[in-house]
Design a protein around this ligand. Sequence first.
Ligand SMILES: Cc1cc2nc3c(=O)[nH]c(=O)nc-3n(C[C@H](O)[C@H](O)[C@H](O)COP(=O)(O)OP(=O)(O)OC[C@H]3O[C@@H](n4cnc5c(N)ncnc54)[C@H](O)[C@@H]3O)c2cc1C
Length: 416
Amino acid sequence: MKVIVLGAGVIGVTSAYQLAKAGHEVIVVDRQQGPALETSFANAGEVSFGYCSPWAAPGIPMKALKWLFMEHAPLILRPKLDRAMLAWMMQMLRNCTAERYAVNKSRMLRLAAYSRTSLADVRAETGIAYDERMQGTLQLFRTQQQLDASAKDVKALAADGVPYKVLDRDGCIRVEPALTHVREKIVGGLLTPKDETGDCFKFTEALAARASALGVRFAYGTHVRGLDVENGRVRGVLTDRERMTADAVVVALGSFSPLLLRPLGIRLPVYPVKGYSLTIPITDPSRAPESTVMDETYKIAITRLGDRIRVGGMAEISGYTNDLGHARRRTLDHSVTDLFPGGDLRRASFWSGLRPMTPDGTPVIGQTKIAGLFLNTGHGTLGWTMSCGSARLISDLVSGRKPEIDAADLAISRYN
Ligand SMILES: Cc1cc2nc3c(=O)[nH]c(=O)nc-3n(C[C@H](O)[C@H](O)[C@H](O)COP(=O)(O)OP(=O)(O)OC[C@H]3O[C@@H](n4cnc5c(N)ncnc54)[C@H](O)[C@@H]3O)c2cc1C
């Protein structure tokens, strides 16, 4: 079959790689000049198969109100007269019940577990390097109250069969020796040792090269304008350069996916939630993290990527804008210098990206009501983590094969 994949972020490129392996003729279309130049470019680098939960959770609406007034706030809300934003926020609130949370989380964990083995397979097949490490995530608590509150996370990890360790201050320092310099600031931590880390951009760029070697054609610098649909079946894609024909189309445009689908009457509840990151060259490795440290106070992840520290976080609901806010940079500077002052902040690069968020936290993977039109999008906070499993799944669905995991409740039909 001839398959067009729209988007060359981590989701589009992993999908194209799996589709090419399945024997299809694949074209990837992206407006950028290369792979992973939008949201997949400088994310926090966590491949957190264990720490995999929806943001919409019981108690979040009250916490969110508190966060809005913090100096270094994890959540920033800039309401607009935008129906899509308001509808998405209402859906998000509706998912904050214990029942919805349990359903959503079980879907995410299923996909994350599949992604763990799928990423390991891609690594084994391709041998690509991406500053990867397999040393876990340490959620760091600065107050006794945070440590006590983690009891419910521990219960959930145990129930889901995710390996974990509760650590005291010395235990945290054993895992992350640089914390010895700030030992008085920490009370303990929660380690998920099976989590991984790595540079999503490097991974995607290297995998795009492998996909090219398998015959995938990349049409960069090409803007997708619409879909060509006839008698309920997709026939191709309209771009600013040409009309391309296809037997199947996979939409992996991240936050921009709903804009393409709306004219076809497909309402995809994906909305951009902006996050920020800093990438800092390491000057003193003894004061840099070994893996990911999640600073619970500011909800900021500090990750070692080779000879750099990546600091990422914050959730800003402000529509489709990549503006870089200076207050946000101060928050990232503050969190990293407070714990790991081992980098040169003057040479740091500051970046923002739009997480393609669904209100239930789970991505949308599967067939639409239009024959031949598939979605692999809405991966929100965990697109890097879930990319390889999502790609295998979409490749099986496009190829008409039975997927290795249950996929029916991941499709857009779950919102009906
Ligand atoms: C600050 C931050 C930290 C994060 N940390 C983590 C983390 O630690 N771990 C994790 O798993 N995830 C993390 N994420 C989430 C992760 O980065 C995303 O889920 C993932 O990158 C989404 O990938 P994507 O391919 O769907 O989207 P994108 O990477 O945005 O790709 C979509 C592509 O579509 C193209 N496109 C869009 N519209 C058009 C059009 N009309 N025509 C042509 N091309 C178009 C774009 O150019 C882009 O290349 C983080 C995100 C942010 C912002």
